[in-house]
Design a protein around this ligand. Structure first.
Ligand code: AMP
Ligand code: MG
Length: 409
């Protein structure tokens, strides 16, 4: 399909093609950032027993007559211990945070509200504000056994690690990360640690895409620079096609030396779309190679201009990776924020504009940063978001609501 399609149609084409990754099991301590592939059902309840939330004295609230009471101390129970006594009338047990609540007790008075002379069997306790259930937590009130805790498709964060560890889940099923080859094309390109000759530029796209792949949960594999020459490109493309995804940069526009679509076709990659109604990034190309039944390589030809490549990764490649990993919320999440600065949008395509989130007295707002276009890599370093302006020429005033995408979603 060589006519310009909308961003929405491009997303649909991508989602129609990309299939779910295989799954495997990993140790919980290695699961950070991976995508959960089973629904987590709790093997136990939490907490496992009634427990104190404070260092203090376990009491029966029926004994708390008046603002001050004297109670007899039976024993002391620390976290990890189980007391020997049942609380009776006029009795208390000194208890530490996390220790099991003695039977009979229905509240805990914090140590700060107590006074005790050393060696005395009695403790003086203030009772203000101590009602039944104060400063304790009952068994099973956080979660119960058999409860669904975490849905499949969740990216595992320290928050998930903590809960699973509490419940004794030491291994989890996760999606196998895609290997993603990166091939930069262009006669003008020089590796970043090589000397520059006249007219040459550094291959900044490869390190950029490697880091974007990494952040998106893929395993990047740099296969270097391909010259704008059919045979060399074909050899490198064939190598790249061994991975789950192949990302090329450059060579997809209308120039004489834009050989990427032709080479991909020669290598058996079926074109799904070429050119999207988006700025920057119009020439973006997407296709699929069917290697065997159920085994595919997804190929993106990203425009060479660095900011175009960066943006097309976020808008098109990242959703493909998310779909492959089986994540929830596959498409870029947009939110509406007010502009904190007036802006004139120009152009016939929806435009993603490097922008900065700003905190204002009445909440979060956003403003475009100074941006010289798709070769300006300074602007994105000053930005932490992209405003998506709809197609058309229009002046936006302060306070107008705009669609905003933040890559850390
Ligand atoms: P192309 O899409 O190949 O026509 O390239 C468009 C522009 O992006 C040209 O100015 C290229 O020099 C530049 N460019 C292409 N590839 C890269 C790269 N890997 N790193 C930095 N700039 C690039
Ligand atoms: Mg080129």
């Amino acid at each position: 399909m060589s006519s310009l399609i909308s961003i929405e149609d491009a997303h649909q084409f991508i989602l129609d093609q990309v299939e779910l990754a295989p799954a495997h099991s990993v140790l919980l301590e290695e699961a950070l950032g991976l995508t959960l592939r089973t629904e987590m059902i709790s093997p136990q309840s939490s907490p496992l027993f009634d427990k104190s939330l404070m260092d203090g004295y376990a009491v029966r609230t029926v004994d708390l007559q008046g603002p001050l009471v004297d109670l007899k101390i039976l024993e002391m129970v620390s976290a990890g211990e189980v007391g020997k006594h049942h609380l009776g009338q006029g009795e208390t047990i000194q208890i530490m945070t996390g220790a099991p609540l003695p039977p009979g007790a229905d509240a805990v008075i914090p140590v700060e509200m107590s006074e005790r002379e050393s060696g005395e069997p009695l403790v003086h306790l203030q009772t203000v504000g101590i009602s039944p259930e104060k400063n304790l937590i009952r068994k099973g009130t956080i979660l119960h056994q058999g409860q669904t805790l975490i849905p499949s498709g969740r990216v595992i964060r320290p928050e998930e690690v903590a809960l699973l560890a509490e419940l004794g889940v030491s291994e989890v099923g996760v999606s196998t990360e895609p290997v993603i080859s990166i091939l930069a094309t262009g006669d003008e390109l020089v590796a970043i640690d090589e000397p520059l000759g006249p007219g040459k530029i550094r291959n900044s796209n490869a390190p950029m895409l490697m880091s974007q792949v990494h952040r998106a949960g893929g395993i990047p594999k740099n296969i270097g620079i391909g010259r704008d020459q059919l045979d060399e490109l074909r050899t490198k493309v064939m190598l790249g096609l061994e991975a789950d995804f192949l990302l090329l940069s450059g060579g997809v526009s209308a120039g004489e030396k834009d050989l990427v679509p032709q080479v991909l076709k020669e290598c058996g990659v079926r074109e799904i779309f070429h050119k999207v109604h988006v700025k920057p990034g119009k020439p973006v190309w997407f296709g699929v190679l069917e290697k065997s039944i159920g085994e595919k390589t997804y190929v993106f030809g990203l425009p060479g201009n660095p900011v175009s490549s960066m943006l097309c990764f976020e808008v098109f490649v990242r959703p493909a990776i998310r779909q492959f990993l089986g994540q929830n919320r596959v498409l870029p999440q947009m939110r509406k924020l007010p502009l904190s600065k007036a802006h004139v949008a120009a152009g016939g395509r929806p435009t993603y504009y490097p922008s900065q989130l700003v905190s204002q007295a009445d909440g979060l707002a956003v403003e475009p940063v100074d941006w010289k276009g798709s070769s300006d890599l300074l602007a994105p370093t000053r930005a932490d978001a992209w405003i998506c302006f709809p197609a058309g020429n229009r002046a936006y005033s302060i306070g107008e609501m705009v669609d905003v995408y933040t890559p850390d979603w």
